[in-house]
Design a protein around this ligand. Structure first.
Ligand code: HDE
Length: 740
């Protein structure tokens, strides 16, 4: 008996707990369901498993085509997935119901421990292409042949928040890259900030405990604005360079696509002779740097907590593949010895002006994951994964990380065989004698599982190779065994100051605002004051702004500094976001607020211009069904006005009719739309009919050069040109209390 199709009048889901008559148990063991072309098994289960199973699946017909027959994990076809097995219709559930028990058992075990830090993340596939050979300094295969592409997987993340937290926390972003090279996996587990809070891995648990929700109350989530964090920071002067970065707009990026990435530590490159060159790795976004503003970030977190992951998903699926250049700063011992700071100290960077960046490749993300859990959640980065030709330095933070990552993966992924999971498996040959353990998928074959052995080439298995194998840099190591921090790590403020003076005035203002915001959430005045005492060693103006913003009772004296601040380190343009913004609106999003009767010519011209620069737009309207334009054409909306606030867009245009404006002017969401766009210094295009909305929003008297009149189709091109600037910063001085 062939299976009957499930359809509306023959549903497989029984109401009232009654077994559906057409899917009774008797069918299961009966005539085999119709076999046809292999089912798309990989749509249901993991790739390798799918391959093995591809021929074995059974199918049956439902309205719309053939589908796979639901099975248990053991492959037993399931007759009824709606009702558990009972003794009588109203009787107890029976233990015998293996399908029910397996289903619930598996569900109960769906979660794995989230990452202790960087729990919230989002990944994508792509490739790395070498554009300039590094063969002169590194034997690494990945750096030899210009034009060659190496598969890549990248996971971006926030640090402090849980897996389900919002994307726009003020936080460092992880920028972890796995390159599946022909000599094994290379994991460059970096951040979007080139320095770190601490110098010695010993302090990492304390740092992380301090920033996470406080242990008694379990809040605040994904926020550093609380006593414990600032208490720790105020007692850890080495963190102040990093604090300048995390209080800057770097910590609230517009998109993963608009962030830089940094390897942070000094690594080594080794050539074939074993000669070492120090290296710092940089990822430079082709999209230009861009961030949001804090008030906007807070609102985005409510409007779209998935703002960053959605942005990446949409960009890649829309064919706008994000791209970064890989840059290296190369230097030798002589430079390291002459540099003002220790190159092993992860709280310091090397200004690009001092050691220029050599661009050697590009990273392109062109494929989203098939399954979030299988790939993004299970991906396991380890700083110790480096191929021959790349090596570690003695940075004590890096040395500590090399222990931590492997250790954490064993806990998180449940055993030593996580490299068998496809996302973690190298794409080059793997041969060793390691075996067994939880979830072993591919044990070595044959009789021999040890080495040395005398079974000969065919049976004896793999052998070490002094030529091809991983060489560690050969160096002298001596010194007293002691717990100590090197004297060369002692300058904590000079580069913090250098970062601050390298910012444009608006960026400096944002740093001050952010510190005031954070410390205003700190309950203990002594902690607030202690932070200011450190700021005095960085920039007196900044310390004054913060003291004033907090209404501090008295200015503290400057914190005792282990080394006096070097006040005249030259400003570095590379450290500013504003100085490294995009040249066009490409990859950005315009929000167009439309009403019935809106000017069709203008709307169409805007769409044309936006498409031409490679940007996207979304229509926001009073109703999701859309609007009818002046020429009678209908346009569907992407967002209903109260679900599409202007914080979701890089710029907005308000294109409405008189009648539409009359309706919208009284609506709080529409008022917020224009008021927020204005408050966040965005460019705004507006038809003259839109005026009542701005009046009710209370901003019609404030309109400035970045509020651009749109009289008709002819104004569209100039508007789209103007919005390339992304923000009109002079406005902030007028709309922000902190600027008064
Ligand atoms: Fe990490 N870090 N980290 N970290 N880190 C982890 O590994 C650790 C540090 C970074 O998308 C953990 O798999 C120690 C610096 C990223 O999966 C853990 C120290 C930098 C990611 C861990 C540091 C990073 C992590 C948690 C101080 C920038 C996410 C889960 C010595 C260069 C990778 C995991 C992903 C994740 C330890 C400091 C970047 C616990 C001990 C500095 C991007 O192993």
């Amino acid at each position: 008996m062939a299976k009957k199709p499930a359809s509306a009048d023959n549903p497989s889901s029984a109401k009232n707990g009654v077994t559906p008559p057409d899917l009774g148990g008797a069918d299961v063991g009966g005539e085999s369901p119709q076999k046809a072309s292999p089912i798309p098994a990989d749509a249901l289960i993991s790739e390798s498993y799918a391959e093995e199973q591809a021929d074995g699946g059974e199918t049956h017909q439902i309205a719309g085509g053939e589908v796979a027959v639901l099975t248990t994990q053991q492959g037993i076809p399931v007759a009824d997935d709606q009702n558990s097995l009972k003794q009588g219709a109203r009787g107890p559930t029976l233990l015998e119901d293996f399908h029910f028990r397996e289903k619930i058992f598996h569900f109960d075990h769906e979660r794995i421990p989230e990452r202790v830090v960087h729990a919230r993340g989002y990944g994508a596939h792509g490739f790395f292409e070498l554009t300039d050979s590094l063969a002169d300094v590194s034997r690494a295969d990945v750096f030899q042949r210009v034009g060659e592409k190496t598969p890549a997987f990248v996971r971006f993340s926030t640090v402090a928040g849980s897996k389900g937290s919002f994307d726009l926390a003020r936080d460092v972003r992880g920028f972890a890259v796995k390159l599946y090279t022909q000599e094994g996996n290379w994991d460059l587990v970096g951040n979007n900030i080139p320095v770190f809070f601490i110098q010695d891995a010993m302090k990492f648990p304390d740092l992380v405990h301090s920033v996470k929700p406080e242990p008694d109350r379990a809040f605040p989530q994904a926020a550093s604005a609380h006593d414990n964090f600032w208490d720790f920071i105020s007692l850890t002067p080495e963190s102040f360079h990093m604090i300048m970065w995390t209080m800057s707009d770097r910590a609230i990026p517009r998109s993963f696509r608009t962030m830089e990435g940094f390897g942070v530590h000094t690594f080594r490159l080794l050539d074939a002779s074993g000669k070492s060159t120090f290296v710092k790795f940089h990822w430079k976004p082709k999209q230009g740097l861009q961030s949001v503003v804090w008030n906007e970030a807070v609102k985005i977190n409510g409007a779209d907590p998935d703002f960053h992951r959605r942005d990446l998903w949409d960009a890649i699926n829309g064919g706008d593949f994000p791209e970064w250049e890989l840059g290296v700063q190369l230097f030798d011992d002589a430079f390291a010895d002459s540099f003002d700071f220790d190159v092993l100290d992860a709280t310091k960077l090397i200004p690009e002006e001092l050691v220029p960046i050599r661009v050697v490749g590009r990273l392109v993300l062109d494929r989203v994951v098939d399954n979030f859990f299988a790939e993004t959640e299970q991906v396991a980065f380890c700083t110790q994964n480096v191929p021959p030709g790349i090596d570690f330095s003695n940075d004590p933070l890096l040395q500590g990380r090399n222990f931590s990552y492997l250790d954490t993966q064993i806990k998180r992924l449940g055993g030593p065989n996580f490299t068998h999971i496809p996302i973690n498996a190298p794409k080059c040959p793997v041969a060793h004698f390691q075996q067994d353990g939880h979830m072993a998928m591919r044990n070595p074959k044959g009789r021999v599982n040890y080495e040395p052995n005398s079974w000969g080439a065919a049976e004896g298995g793999p052998r070490e190779d002094r030529e091809l194998g991983f060489p560690s840099f050969v160096e002298d190591a001596s010194g007293r065994k002691q717990r100590v921090r090197s004297e060369t790590f002692a300058d904590h403020y000079s580069q913090a100051r250098q970062f601050f003076v390298s910012q444009t005035p608006i960026e400096q203002k944002h740093i001050g605002d952010a510190i005031v915001f954070e410390l205003s959430k700190v309950e203990r005045p002594d902690i607030r004051s202690r932070v200011v005492s450190h700021l005095l060693n960085i920039d007196e103006g900044l310390a004054g702004t913060v003291a004033d913003g907090l209404a501090l009772a008295a200015m503290p004296s400057a914190a005792q500094a282990a080394r006096p601040t070097i006040a005249d380190l030259p400003a570095s343009d590379a450290l500013s976001i504003v100085k490294n913004g995009p040249a066009s609106f490409k990859g950005r999003k315009l929000g167009i607020l439309l009403s019935d009767g809106a000017d069709a010519g203008l709307f169409n011209a805007l769409v044309k211009e936006i498409n031409q620069v490679g940007a996207v737009y979304e229509v926001v309207a009073p109703k999701i069904g859309g609007v009818t334009l002046s020429d009678g054409t209908k346009v569907a909306a992407k967002q209903k006005i109260d679900g599409g606030p202007s914080v979701l867009f890089d710029a907005v245009a308000v294109v409405v009719s008189d009648e539409g404006a009359g309706l919208l002017a009284g609506d709080a969401a529409a008022q917020d739309f224009v008021r927020d766009a204005f408050g966040h210094c965005k460019f705004i295009g507006l038809t003259k009919e839109a005026e009542p909305i701005f009046a009710k929003g209370g901003i019609s008297d404030l309109l400035d050069d970045a509020c651009i009149p749109l009289a008709g189709a002819n104004d569209a091109a100039a508007f789209v040109d103007a919005i390339a600037a992304l923000r009109f910063w002079p406005r902030e001085l007028k709309v922000d209390l902190d600027a008064q």
